[in-house]
Design a protein around this ligand. Structure first.
Ligand SMILES: [Zn+2]
Length: 477
């Protein structure tokens, strides 16, 4: 329970207005906030990247299943746990014993619940632990009691000292009406829980592998419920990253622009997970995707590990990591390099136009999905580091914000250790940066502990960090 109430509210606290649109009062307030960035607590009061499901803490989980355990269907969890860990979890015993509150029993339960250091790098283990929550969520949804779960999560953030938060939620779309009902439950609770000292906003998620259906659903939600237009502050394109280049969203964004049915949709800001999972392509392409997402006008980019993780370390993570990519990706990279040639040269990256055009001509005769093998040498690694600097510089100029989630990157982002965490390079650049917790419940962290982690593990101490990061409230949607 130590994480609760970790932040003492400072006298410099700001109040976030629950007002619906950003009016002159709110703009004025933002100015005041900007001037009052004086201590580290300011960084711990605005949370801009958390997924609702991953926010449930182990202690709230215990409380929610205390009297309900035997009625919940845990099959999904047991099956995925067996697959990931090759053994059965002793959920009933550990849950019951932890209810006693004895330190030893609580710690044993936490080992089961929290995605810890031993689970790092294995997405199946993370998914198994997440499925534990899904079983509980499904049960509460079936009973029409899911609101209790939402309120617990919100309460926990209030106790932590958060004053402004943007929650994300991706919900299955098998039943459109059910999905809308689920989103509405969040919107209602967030509206009710917001007051002069706490504001909760909502960013519905759209899975990248189903963007048309996903955006149609959110559009329906917004058209039918205009009373919540102020609570929905953006869209999150997330879920599977590999195989879904940012450019595939262009036709859809173009459609938004001229959409008469839902005019608010065309001005709804987009946040975008990118550069988090990119084993399927070269490091050049992974870096490019971050740049393309920013050029497409996405306001904040989630993770961008590809811009901060050293290329050599990225390669060492897996056999043949980033060695293969499709002809289509390579062709996109060639076009990108030719288009940005003059700027790339200023970062010491030489693009030989003649060679690129020859390569392009040859590749155009190949099937687009054919895999190409391109190995790395020291010259290419040096160039990749320059490419990272180039894109970070472009993002800084565009005003794009990177949301860095330190613990999440270590647990599920393939970052092998603290020393090589992308945060070091991101902090050293000029890019606008916010620190967030991603799935604080399942990682047993909080926004506060993430900030403390940075102070402990980077060269940025309190004052330097406050100066470097700016008030995250300035980057809200
Ligand atoms: Zn995320």
């Amino acid at each position: 329970m130590a994480k609760r109430g970790a932040i003492k509210n400072s006298s410099k606290n700001y109040h976030v207005s629950p007002s619906h649109r950003e009016g002159s009062r709110e703009r004025k307030q933002k100015k005041i906030i900007f001037r009052t960035v004086q201590n580290i607590n300011v960084l711990k009061q605005t949370e801009l990247h958390v997924h609702m499901g991953g926010c449930l803490t182990w202690y709230d989980f215990l409380e929610l299943c205390k009297d309900e355990y035997s009625k919940i269907d845990w099959t999904l969890y047991f099956e995925s746990y067996q697959k990931a860990y090759k053994r059965k979890p002793n959920l009933l015993k550990l849950t019951k014993e932890a209810q006693s509150g004895k330190e030893k029993d609580v710690s044993a339960f936490k080992n089961l619940f929290v995605c810890g250091t031993k689970d790092a790098g294995d997405f199946h283990k993370f998914q198994a632990k997440f499925n534990l929550l899904i079983c509980l969520f499904r049960y509460y949804t079936k009973l029409n009691r899911y609101e209790e779960v939402i309120r617990k999560i919100v309460k926990s953030h209030k106790q932590e000292g958060i004053q402004y938060i943007e929650y994300r939620m991706l919900y299955p779309m098998d039943d459109v009406n059910e999905a809308i009902r689920f989103h509405l439950m969040h919107l209602k609770v967030f509206r009710e829980e917001s007051d002069s000292s706490f504001t909760a906003k909502y960013i519905p998620g759209v899975p990248r592998n189903e963007v048309v259906r996903g955006t149609a659903l959110i559009q329906k939600l917004m058209i039918e419920n205009p009373q919540y237009a102020d609570v929905i502050v953006g869209l999150d394109f997330c879920h599977v990253e590999e195989g879904y280049p940012p450019k595939t969203l262009r036709p859809l964004l173009q459609k938004f622009k001229y959409d008469k049915d839902c005019p608010i949709f065309k001005s709804l800001p987009i946040v975008y997970h990118v550069g988090e999972s990119y084993y399927d392509k070269s490091i050049e392409s992974a870096i490019r995707w971050c740049h393309e997402a920013a050029e497409m006008g996405f306001k904040r980019l989630g993770h961008c590990i590809a811009l901060g993780l050293d290329p050599q370390i990225a390669l060492n993570r897996k056999k043949n990591a980033h060695v293969f990519e499709t002809v289509a990706e390579r062709l996109d990279q060639i076009d990108y390099d030719l288009k940005n040639r003059e700027l790339l040269v200023t970062f010491g990256i030489d693009i030989n136009k003649k060679m690129y055009l020859q390569e392009k001509q040859k590749l155009e005769t190949f099937a687009r999905n054919k895999l190409l093998k391109r190995t790395y040498n020291s010259k290419r690694l040096v160039e990749l580091r320059k490419r990272q600097q180039f894109v970070l510089d472009r993002l800084a100029k565009l005003g794009t914000v990177i949301e860095c989630c330190p613990t999440s990157n270590l647990k599920i982002g393939g970052v092998p250790n603290v020393k090589h965490h992308p945060i070091h390079n991101l902090l050293n650049s000029k890019v606008k940066l916010v620190i967030c917790a991603d799935d604080p419940g399942i990682f047993d962290c909080s926004l506060s502990s993430e900030i403390d982690w940075i102070i402990k593990h980077t060269k940025y101490k309190k004052e330097d960090l406050v100066k470097r990061l700016e008030n995250p409230f300035n980057f809200k949607l």
